[in-house]
Write a protein that binds this ligand. Structure first.
Ligand SMILES: CC(C)(COP(=O)(O)OP(=O)(O)OC[C@H]1O[C@@H](n2cnc3c(N)ncnc32)[C@H](O)[C@@H]1OP(=O)(O)O)[C@@H](O)C(=O)NCCC(=O)NCCS
Length: 176
C-alpha cells in the first residue's frame, strides 16, 4: 500500500457488509495470524474468520450493531463495530468491538480515524457513553489513551492470545 493512497471511512449497510465479507474476514484473519487477542485461538482458518462476520449479519440487519470500514485506495483494510443493543436500562450506552487494521495498513492513523468515526456514529445513535476493553499495554490500549478514554483498571489474565498464552485486559470508558 502506498503512503499516498486515499483513505476513506464508511459505515456499511447490511448489504454492503455482505458484499465485503471476504475482505472483512481477510483483515480479521490477518490480525489473528499476527497474534492479536481479539477472541480467537489458532489454528484460525480463513473460513472461520468469514463465519465470524457472517454470524453478525442479523444484528446488522436489525440495527443492533453497526460496522465502519476503512478503505485505502478502494481496498478494505480495517473495520470497527459499535454494539448498540444493550439491556433496556442502558439505552444510552454502546460498546466498541473488533477494531481491526490489516498489518499492511498500520501506523497510518487508520485505527484513529475508525475510532473517531465510531464515536460520531454512536452519538448520532443517541449514545452518550461508550465502553471497551483491550490487551493491557498493547497498541490499541495506547491509542485509546491518546483518544481520551478513561482507564477503569486492569483484569489480570482476562483472555488468551491466539497461541494460548494469557494476557491482561484494561477496561476503558468514554463519555460522548
Ligand atoms: C491496534 C490497531 C487497530 C492499530 O491500528 P493502526 O491503524 O496501526 O493505528 P494508528 O495508525 O491509528 O496508530 C498506531 C501508531 O501509528 C502511529 N501513527 C499514526 N499515523 C502515523 C503516520 N502517518 N506516520 C507514522 N506513524 C503514525 C500512531 O501514533 C500510533 O503510534 P504508537 O503505536 O506509538 O502509539 C492495529 O494494530 C490492530 O489491528 N491490531 C490487531 C487487532 C487489535 O489488537 N485490535 C484492538 C482490539 S481492542
Amino acid at each position: 500500500m502506498s503512503a499516498t493512497e486515499q483513505l476513506e471511512i464508511r459505515r456499511l449497510d447490511p448489504a454492503e457488509v455482505h458484499a465485503q465479507l471476504d475482505a472483512l474476514a481477510s483483515v480479521l484473519h490477518d490480525c489473528v495470524a499476527g497474534g492479536a487477542s481479539v477472541g480467537y485461538l489458532t489454528p484460525f482458518p480463513y473460513e472461520q474468520a468469514r463465519a465470524v462476520f457472517a454470524s453478525f449479519a442479523v444484528e446488522f440487519e436489525q440495527g443492533r450493531r453497526l460496522l465502519l470500514a476503512a478503505f485505502a485506495g478502494g481496498d478494505l483494510v480495517g473495520s470497527v463495530q459499535v454494539i448498540l443493543a444493550l439491556p433496556p436500562n442502558q439505552p444510552h450506552r454502546g460498546e466498541i468491538a473488533k477494531l481491526l487494521v490489516h498489518r499492511s495498513a498500520r501506523r497510518r492513523g487508520i485505527a484513529q480515524m475508525l475510532m473517531e468515526r465510531a464515536e460520531t456514529e454512536a452519538r448520532a445513535e443517541g449514545k452518550t457513553l461508550l465502553v471497551l476493553d483491550a490487551v493491557t499495554g498493547d497498541d490499541a490500549a495506547r491509542l485509546y489513551g491518546r483518544l481520551g478514554w478513561t482507564t477503569v483498571g486492569v483484569i489480570p489474565r482476562y483472555a488468551l492470545y491466539p497461541d494460548g498464552r494469557p494476557c491482561d485486559t484494561t477496561v476503558f470508558w468514554k463519555a460522548l
